[in-house]
Design a protein around this ligand. Sequence first.
Ligand code: NIG
Ligand code: FE
Length: 414
Amino acid sequence: MNTDLVIYNIGQLVTGRELEIENNSCMENIEIIENGYLVVRDGKIVTVGSGEIPSKYVNLTTKLIDCEGRVVTPGLIDSHTHLVHGGSREHEFSKKIQGVPYLEILKSGGGILSTVKSTKEATEDELLKKAKKSLGVMLSLGVTTVESKSGYGLDLETELKQLRVNERLNHEQEVEIISTFMAAHATPPEYNGDSEKFIDDVIKMLPIIKENKLAKFCDIFCEEGVFSKAQSKKLLLEGKKYGLKPRIHADEIENTEGAQLAVEIGAYSADHLMAISNEGIEVLKNSKTIANLLPGTSFNLGKEYAPARKMIDSGVQVALSTDYNPGSCPSENLQLVMQIAASKLRMRPLEIFKAVTINAAKALDKEKEIGSLEEGKNADIVIFDAENIDYILYHFGINHTKKVFKNGCLVFKK
Ligand code: NIG
Ligand code: FE
């Protein structure tokens, strides 16, 4: 058989394939192959295995990579970011350190509204250049797919500008972008607090987003003082009519039963969940909705962490993402988020790798193509300069990536 690439002598090959294992937590059930190999052809995974590579997979044109006992995993997936935005907000940082609440900064015209101003002022090319730079950082950290939300425009023109940048990014660099329409991020000041009127205006944008095929998902900031549960339901159900799949910023600061709403409307993810209730956990565990946790945000805001252990022990499926944005988490570093998940969320190594691979793929409705190294799936692969996955989480604050492949092509090398 003609093959393009064989990676062998892999110390731990985390395929991300889900296994039926008893006595493990519901999230430690992914496959790890010791002394593994991996075969790629035409950008797809042909097979994985352990020990000697069967000779039929090696021919004259096959590129062979000796991993020398290192770890190999599926390309990491960052399933919640606010990648495309203008400016930065370091001017609010010292206020935050002194304890001024996030929502208070927003109410006084700062926070999200400050980034809305910078994003309106930026040209499409400027936004593109800035986002590309961030994606370069993400790729170097092993991230091969990124979800990217609009929501710093709040008017049709600027929302479209952000979404067009997402589209262009898919042609101009290696990381795949999944686009989310999130005009319902904050009510613009000119509405004088009339969030209901604003939601109605966001609903009017939906046909245009659909017509231009600019987003796969619709998201909203469901939060006390931002958008209510009823408003969130109204928008996300309208979005569904236009083919936009729902996801929700839920129970981040106050509990507003966002997790329950996520399940009720069939959202692919409920994100943040620092303030989730026990009832919310009960509802999530019996659903297909992924709990998308963003501990970099808690770290940066100095807030509570989401009760990940309780969720996982109850049977909830969790993903982990950066939430990369200029306010609550100005960091592109998914490896750091994974390390925080270990130390602060008490998540175990296998759970963490499941959270940034197959579960993140499910949160993006992409699990048929990415998230695990299984026959027929995209050959998005990371080689880490580590002998085991525990080491990647334990030795924190550095980048462990050695090589990254996207669709079978080498796209980053340290
Ligand atoms: O996910 N919570 C709402 N939105 C973002 C923050 C955006 C910002 O502060 O600019 C978040 O944390
Ligand atoms: Fe967010």
